[in-house]
Design a protein around this ligand. Structure first.
Ligand code: AMP
Ligand code: ZN
Length: 114
């Protein structure tokens, strides 16, 4: 089983600023926020990237999206808007090889992204 920086965060070996969690998903504040609200949602199980997601990950993926919905409502950005992003591979700038969903909000987000 692979282990990485985000596995160490889940295991409490590396400190993080927790936002919330569910049985399968941990949400914490990004250390280099790209928006006034920038939260990372990660599966507690190590999954390398979106390319590794299989049918048996349906529950965890669903829980990631449902937790993102709950965070958007709790942070009152459900009406103003927010962005969810999975970076995958070098061209997208994936820096940590543990699946993570970025939730960005509380500013106007440009499209197309940089
Ligand atoms: P990505 O570029 O999609 O792989 O995103 C990785 C994200 O993890 C970046 O936005 C980093 O700022 C963030 N990050 C890296 N290390 C930590 C950490 N120890 N705590 C919180 N966020 C982190
Ligand atoms: Zn990991």
């Amino acid at each position: 089983m692979d282990k990485c920086l985000f596995c160490d965060i889940i295991d409490g070996k590396i400190a993080s600023q927790k936002h919330s969690e569910t049985a399968l998903v941990y949400a914490f504040y990004d250390i280099h926020p790209q928006a006034p609200l920038h939260i990372l949602l990660i599966p507690k199980e190590h999954i390398h990237s979106i390319l590794e997601v299989k049918e048996n990950h349906a529950s965890v993926l669903s829980e990631m999206v449902q937790l993102a919905q709950a965070i958007a409502k709790k942070e009152a950005v459900d009406k103003t808007g927010f962005r969810l992003v999975f970076n995958c591979g070098p061209n997208a700038g994936q820096a940590v090889d543990h699946l993570h969903l970025h939730l960005l909000a509380k500013r106007k987000l440009a499209w197309p992204p940089g």
